[in-house]
Design a protein around this ligand. Structure first.
Ligand SMILES: [Ca+2]
Ligand SMILES: [Ca+2]
Ligand SMILES: [Ca+2]
Length: 494
């Protein structure tokens, strides 16, 4: 079988060399090398035997996130170097697309998140019978767009958004980004979301404007950083509590909103729209409350709150709903459906409510228009949950299409979750999940309480460099970004 694959690759290579020229030999060479199967990585046989893993790229340093810009180009962020690396036609280029200056890289700070609107707005993959709810989710309240839908699509087509932590010199103004000058105000750290234009001709990013200037103190943890953009051009931004429990967004002090502890742009999923004139969509769930009470100004940015930290966010391609992962302190990492106005419960509640005996919903700061809901899945023992990805292809098998893959940083596991027809719950796959459990174990509670309850959800294991990002490639394969060894793996149907 392997010989056959190599043969067909070589035949493909020969054809490609006739079609193209010059540096292609190197590319083909690179492709053949990539067919070495990384021996440590094993696919759970319960999910079929047709899928194998390839090493796609190596030579990155602590990569955090990646995005496919077109069929042949991937941008990858390096956390500490501040470089946006480019893979073009399968080759990692020496020259980065951009390098963020004055980056702060302590602990969880650095160059963290990238978003690019890489799918056509008009090409919504609507499931039959779901059209109504999709239109409500995606189009219902958006009468505040700066452009028509076509105009928004045009505006976004070469825009790339980055999230990073930067040492900021106050007198340079908000748009200051790329000076080499030493800043003596290095304590002034900010998390920033910046808009760039991608230049196709030389694979470079050109800075355009600062969109969000967010806190990064007091400590370099729980910094969030994943960003994503939906089909209407809404940009979602995750930020954790920065280890400070001091605002109503961490449900502090609790029970009701206390204006001594106003929203401060932490512990949330924030939502802006670069194609909206005032940047903040009027459809944001707390927009009107901010208008009525100016001290709640930053509340208008919030889409969700009560989040301790998150390294994973994705948007359901069928419904437009947001899902996130959340990291716990000592118990219950979470996978959540994030409806508008979601309060995840931190710091009063982590994991399912019925596992928090000392707390209940009445302890939370419930804003008008907010709601609490339990995670759709929890890990009792923290796995350091990272990215969540809707697999937007059927290439690995129809059963995986539009369902969820999740990564972690503690074990190097890739998890799989199938959604119900309404796409708001995880399905309990009895045939897979119940096979190895003892009589006193259950995952019908959607909590993995121990190793054997966790095992059935593990789709693949042995990613020794651990997982920071997962993306569906334009070729329909699933790409896994591996942190400590700086590699990209690719799951393919063999
Ligand atoms: Ca929660
Ligand atoms: Ca359980
Ligand atoms: Ca992803």
């Amino acid at each position: 079988m392997r010989g056959l694959v190599v043969l067909s690759i070589m035949a493909f290579a020969a054809i490609m060399m006739i079609l193209y020229s010059s540096d292609l030999l190197y590319i083909v060479h690179n492709q053949i090398i990539s067919f070495q199967n990384p021996s440590n990585i094993k696919i759970n046989k319960n999910y079929g035997t047709d899928i194998s893993v390839e090493l796609f790229a190596k030579g990155l340093t602590r990569p955090t996130s990646m995005s496919f810009i077109n069929d042949n180009t991937i941008l990858i962020l390096e956390k500490d170097s501040g470089k946006v690396r480019v893979i073009s036609h399968g080759v990692l280029l020496e020259k980065p697309a951009y390098t963020i200056e004055n980056l702060s890289t302590q602990q969880e700070q650095g160059l963290l998140g990238i978003a690019f609107k890489n799918k056509s707005f008009t090409n919504l993959s609507l499931a039959s019978g779901k059209t109504q709810s999709i239109q409500e989710n995606l189009l219902g309240k958006h009468n505040d767009l700066l452009f028509s839908q076509k105009g928004t699509e045009n505006y976004l087509k070469d825009k790339v958004y980055l999230y990073f932590t930067q040492k900021v010199s106050e007198n340079k103004g908000l748009n200051y980004i790329d000076s080499n000058e030493d800043s003596d105000s290095s304590n002034n750290l900010r998390n920033r979301v910046y808009e760039f234009n991608f230049n196709n001709t030389d694979n470079s990013l050109v800075p355009n404007r600062l969109l969000l200037d967010l806190p990064a103190n007091p400590r370099p943890y729980h910094n969030g950083g994943k960003i994503d953009i939906d089909k209407l051009g809404n940009l979602y931004v995750t930020i954790g509590d920065l280890t400070a429990i001091n605002s109503s967004m961490q449900n502090y002090p609790g029970k009701k909103l206390d204006l001594f502890f106003p929203p401060n742009n932490t512990s949330g999923i924030l939502r802006i729209n670069p194609s909206v004139s005032m940047l903040i969509p009027a459809s944001n769930p707390f927009y009107n409350q901010s208008l009525e009470n100016k001290t709640l100004g930053s509340l208008s940015l919030y889409y969700a709150y009560g989040i301790r930290n998150s390294f994973g966010l994705d948007i359901d391609p069928v419904t437009g709903r947001v899902w996130d992962t959340e990291n716990s302190e000592s118990t219950y990492d979470e996978l959540n459906l994030v409806e508008p106005g979601f309060n995840s419960g931190w710091y009063k509640i982590m994991g399912p409510l019925n596992r928090n005996n000392d707390s209940n919903v009445l302890d939370l700061v419930m804003l008008n228009g907010s709601h609490y809901s339990d995670p759709e899945f929890s890990w009792r023992n923290p796995i350091g949950v990272t990215d969540v990805e809707f697999y937007e292809s059927s290439k690995l098998g129809k059963e995986f299409e539009n369902n969820l893959f999740v990564g972690d940083i503690n074990n190097g596991n890739l998890y799989f979750f199938k959604l119900n027809p309404d796409r708001n719950k995880i399905v309990h796959l009895k045939s897979i999940y119940d096979s190895k459990l003892a009589s006193n174990e259950s995952i019908e509670d959607f909590v993995a309480d121990n190793k054997s309850e966790l095992e059935p959800y593990i789709f693949a294991q042995g990613f020794d460099g651990r997982i920071t990002d997962i993306q569906t490639g334009p070729d329909g394969n699933l790409y896994i970004l591996s942190y400590f060894d700086g590699k990209i793996f690719r799951l393919v149907n063999s």
